[in-house]
Write a protein that binds this ligand. Structure first.
Ligand code: NAD
Ligand code: TYD
Length: 359
């Protein structure tokens, strides 16, 4: 039985990945989820799997090397899937230190623990071990020429403290591969959307605000471009890279779905009005009049766009959910899970929101 150690499995993509893996592999795999449960980690995301005999949860910080080494000592880990990170650009602009701590030092702790568990005396590695480092397209910086795309060969040029910390962690993984022959892959994916995303990120924040009649804060001119991928397609790509990716390689993941932020906000309003039945209380707040242009993000990257040619050619990965379907699935999920929204937006979220948006 293959044993996966998933870090950050209580967050957005990590929890979707755990659901995806159990749906695909059932009882033939075991997953240990290690998560510190920061503001972004939520065990409610894993309600459907928490009772499984082949799933366990360890509350630990990835910067705590004793706790991480203990997990490797007590379990024969075959795959590490490393999601745990501070993930929000706006928070990184306000408080960069924790991004360096978790994303850089935490990754170093994970690499050291896996290396010491997997390396044999002759410097080779035990059979079938793999470390998958989950990263972002933001490490490549910002595109200005509309014909340009991010390739695996594009030089790193991060601008925010978040992307700088992710770039640093990618370079550490590369250094372990080059120096120690460490069996790893890096994936650099574009913006994800789907169920369980914390409403500090564009799509769930706009859905939540529209439903509660709050302003929809669009940064700058609203024309910054992001390349959106349905989270399940990202999970599928990660699984394929773990299984078939050539050790030492980086794979970009993205579905060629570039949209300006203002287009996304308009699509969300249109879709809410299409889905919510006449007479539904929640419909009364939904309106494009809520759109409000606010001060731009500092150092705001203009455009991201992934060239997924390598993962398509080498691993036959293809996204399955087009944006039109994915955004409907996502909005329906949030409408059906009002309790989830209420729970994650109570308490500290209110403080974050009023500080961030000056309200
Ligand atoms: P998230 O913020 O939703 O989840 C992060 C998870 O990590 C949370 O469960 C949190 O509790 C946990 N965590 C944070 N600090 C920790 C620590 N010190 N020790 C242990 N656990 C800790 O993030 P996400 O959007 O799911 O992103 C997951 C990964 O994917 C990140 O590495 C991110 O850089 C990368 N990524 C995200 C996107 C995106 O669009 N969200 C796109 C590409 C890559
Ligand atoms: P976000 O979801 O934070 O992802 P990232 O910054 O990692 O790409 O933001 C996506 C885009 O939406 C980005 O260009 C910033 C913009 N944005 C807004 O215009 N308003 C908001 O309230 C938020 C959170 C983001």
């Amino acid at each position: 039985m293959t044993t996966y150690l998933v870090t950050g499995g209580a967050g957005f993509i990590g929890s979707n990945f755990i659901h995806y893996m159990f749906e695909k592999y059932g009882d033939s795999i075991r997953i240990i989820n290690v998560d510190a449960l920061t503001y972004a980690g939520n065990l409610e995301n894993l309600k459907g799997v928490s009772g499984r005999a082949n799933y366990s949860f360890v509350k630990a910080d990835i910067t705590d090397s004793d706790a991480i080494n203990r997990i490797f000592d007590e379990n024969d880990i075959d795959r590490v899937v490393h999601f745990a990170a501070e993930s929000h650009v706006d928070r990184s602009i306000r408080n960069p230190g924790v991004f360096v701590q978790t994303n850089v030092l935490g990754t170093c702790v994970m690499l050291n623990a896996a290396r010491s568990a997997w390396e044999k005396e002759d410097g080779s590695y035990k059979e079938g071990k793999k470390f998958l480092h989950v990263s972002t397209d933001e490490v490549y910086g910002s595109l200005s020429d509309p014909k340009d795309y991010f390739y695996e060969t594009t030089p790193y040029d991060p601008h925010s403290p978040y992307s700088a910390s992710k770039a640093s962690s990618d370079l550490l993984v590369k250094a372990y591969m080059d120096t120690y022959g460490f069996p790893a892959n890096i994936t650099n994916c574009s913006n994800n959307y789907g169920p369980y995303q914390f409403p500090e990120k564009l799509i769930p924040l706009m859905i939540n605000n529209a439903l509660t009649g709050k302003k929809l804060p669009v940064y700058g001119d609203g024309k910054n471009v992001r390349d959106w991928l349905y989270v399940k397609d990202h999970c599928k790509g990660i699984d394929m890279v773990i299984e078939k990716g050539r050790p030492g390689e980086t794979y970009n993941i993205g579905g060629h779905n570039e949209k300006q932020n203002i287009e996304i906000v308009n699509i969300i309003i249109d879709t809410l009005l299409e889905i919510l039945p006449e007479g539904d209380e929640r419909r009364k707040n939904v309106s494009k009049d809520l759109i409000t242009y606010v001060e731009d993000r500092k150092g705001h990257d203009r455009r991201y766009a992934i060239a997924p040619d390598k993962i398509k050619k080498e691993l036959s990965w293809e996204p399955e959910t087009c944006f039109e379907d994915g955004i409907k699935l996502t909005i329906k999920w949030y409408l059906d899970n009002e309790e989830w929204f209420k729970n994650v937006t109570s308490g500290d979220y209110q403080k974050y929101y009023s500080k961030m948006y000056n309200v």
